[in-house]
Design a protein around this ligand. Structure first.
Ligand SMILES: Cc1cc2nc3c(=O)[nH]c(=O)nc-3n(C[C@H](O)[C@H](O)[C@H](O)COP(=O)(O)OP(=O)(O)OC[C@H]3O[C@@H](n4cnc5c(N)ncnc54)[C@H](O)[C@@H]3O)c2cc1C
Length: 488
């Protein structure tokens, strides 16, 4: 965890009188003040970051959210919005100095409408992502956001972080499927653009401002999201590859070989896989021989294959045979069933859990242009090894989006204290390299509190000042998730 200096948060604490007013709005079901009951909300997913709040408020409707926010605004009390609390940057975790409200959207979990013919769903912000995937699937539709935390993260959190995940290269980030939003502004007013419009050029597209704002500009209460036809023919392959350059070449050629149906392409390496096998029950190697680099690739068609037709798997087999012949792929297996495909994905999705259990490590959620990934991987490893020669590189990620979770594990046996002596220098070296490659220091996880100082270091003064101007216009008292993304 980066050594971030907490910002000064000049807001008021929740008084007993205010607590009584909050209680009058949300009732017994909507309020938690007991330390044990609040603990899952004030501690982050990693368990390493602990914050504070006077009260956890769980409203059941937009009107209740609005009333709470108005009340807090009148009393200068700060609010931290929270969805599933799976964010990795501490955006949903209050600072230790926070004496205000933590507002959890978890009770607002209704699916309001599914327009099957129009390919949209209207949902409350507290719906769990996996529930929405299942609802879409039951209507023969696909909600293409898919990530390791989908069993707990909520759509409001996904929108507030502009979440990415494993299918961005085909369907885009969360931003690409949000058609309409309802947001409670820091004043408590309700900004309502809850519409299923693909086209709307009536001035600034303000909804884009709330997407990815990490709860600093208001609280998302409802959304209209676009869904796609459900794939009927999916081929998933686990491929041992020569190196990251082979991954880029293979992906580039796979687009046309698959009739532009590549939906996922994940770069994985041996250090990470071995960690998953150690810590995630029910995982095993899909291939008999060990290699260092792998690709997990998925092609999906919405057309069901006809009887006797080979479909996507046959097309993929032809492609992989060519890749093996050219030495780009070293070995490969195509899943023969949905269960086998799920087992391959379990290895990919198990990395976060394994990483948490496997001792000191650091990971950079970075992006560069896809074709620059091989050079970046080599130069990044060289830069880190120049600081700590026996560091263990573990680059992993959504290579089709130019996005790696560029990770490093501490050398075997190194204590967390010793490791912490090296990480600031490694972070500076890697982030400088990202800047030199024209990349981003946060591709999909956001800034939260974790990357506050890094963003201040790398963003230009004009970029920061522009964001601060928007923040001041909507939240002049700095009460909505203060001290996240930047200091005011
Ligand atoms: C195992 C694992 C795998 C992951 N994989 C990915 C991945 O592949 N891609 C990816 O992008 N992320 C990934 N993440 C990170 C995380 O799951 C996403 O950022 C997710 O979108 C967060 O949703 P949440 O509901 O948990 O939000 P939270 O963690 O509760 O909140 C995240 C931010 O959004 C704000 N917020 C939450 N709800 C609202 C709301 N209704 N209105 C306004 N602000 C709100 C919070 O204040 C905070 O700043 C992963 C996390 C884990 C633990």
């Amino acid at each position: 965890m980066a050594d971030v200096i907490p910002p000064i948060i000049p807001t008021n604490p929740v008084t007993p009188e205010l607590l009584a007013q909050i209680h009058a709005i949300v009732g017994d079901r909507g309020i938690l003040t007991d330390a044990d009951a609040m603990a899952p909300f004030t501690r982050d997913w990693s368990g390493l970051r602990q914050g504070n709040a006077a009260v956890v408020v769980r409203p059941g409707s937009t009107e209740e959210v609005s009333a709470i926010v108005k009340l807090c605004n009148q009393h200068d009390v700060a609010i931290v919005p929270q969805g599933g609390n799976t964010g990795l940057m501490g955006g949903a975790t209050p600072w230790p100095a926070h004496t205000g409200v933590l507002l959890s959207l978890g009770r607002m979990n209704r699916v309001i409408d599914v327009d099957v013919e129009g390919f949209t769903m209207t949902v409350e912000a507290g719906c769990v992502l996996q529930t929405l995937q299942d609802v879409a699937s039951s209507h023969d539709r696909l909600l293409p956001l898919s990530l390791g935390a989908q069993g707990s993260c909520m759509i409001g959190g996904n929108i507030s972080t502009n979440a990415g995940g494993a299918q961005v290269l085909h369907y885009g980030t969360t931003r690409s499927f949000v058609l309409g939003l309802e947001v409670v502004l820091p004043s408590g007013e309700i900004w309502n653009k809850l519409r299923a419009l693909k086209k709307d050029n009536t001035g600034y597209d303000m909804k884009q401002m709330f997407i990815g704002a990490e709860g600093t500009l208001g609280i998302i209460t409802k959304a209209v999201i676009k869904v796609w036809p459900k794939p009927k023919d999916v081929a998933t392959a686990w491929i041992a590859i020569k190196d990251p350059q082979a991954a880029v070449t293979m992906l580039s050629e796979a687009h046309s070989a698959s009739d532009d149906t590549v939906t996922s392409c994940e770069l994985i390496n041996r250090t990470g896989i071995d960690g998953v096998f150690r810590h995630v029950h029910g995982t095993s190697d899909p291939l008999p021989h060990s290699s260092f680099w792998y690709l997990l690739m998925e092609w999906s068609s919405t057309r069901a294959k006809a009887d006797g037709e080979g479909g996507m798997a046959e097309k993929m087999e032809t492609f992989l045979a060519d890749m093996l012949e050219r030495g780009l792929a070293l070995d490969a297996v195509i899943a023969q069933s949905e269960a086998q495909a799920k087992a391959m994905w379990k290895i990919r999705e198990g990395h976060a859990e394994a990483g948490r259990a496997d001792g000191p490590a650091i990971s950079y959620d970075m992006s560069v242009a896809t074709t620059k990934i091989p050079a970046f991987v080599d130069q990044g490893i060289a830069a880190a090894k120049a600081i700590l020669p026996n560091i263990r590189p573990q680059p992993l990620g959504h290579i089709g989006d130019g996005n790696l979770h560029y990770g490093f594990r501490a050398p075997d046996g190194m204590t967390r204290e010793a490791w912490n002596q090296y990480t600031p220098a490694i972070t500076r070296a890697i982030n400088d390299l990202i800047r030199d490659f024209g990349g981003s220091i946060s591709a999909e996880h956001g800034i939260g509190q974790e990357k506050l100082d890094e963003l201040a270091h790398y963003a230009s003064p004009v970029e920061i000042a522009t964001m601060q101007a928007v923040k001041r216009a909507l939240d002049p008292k700095n009460l909505m998730n203060p001290g996240k993304i930047f200091r005011m």
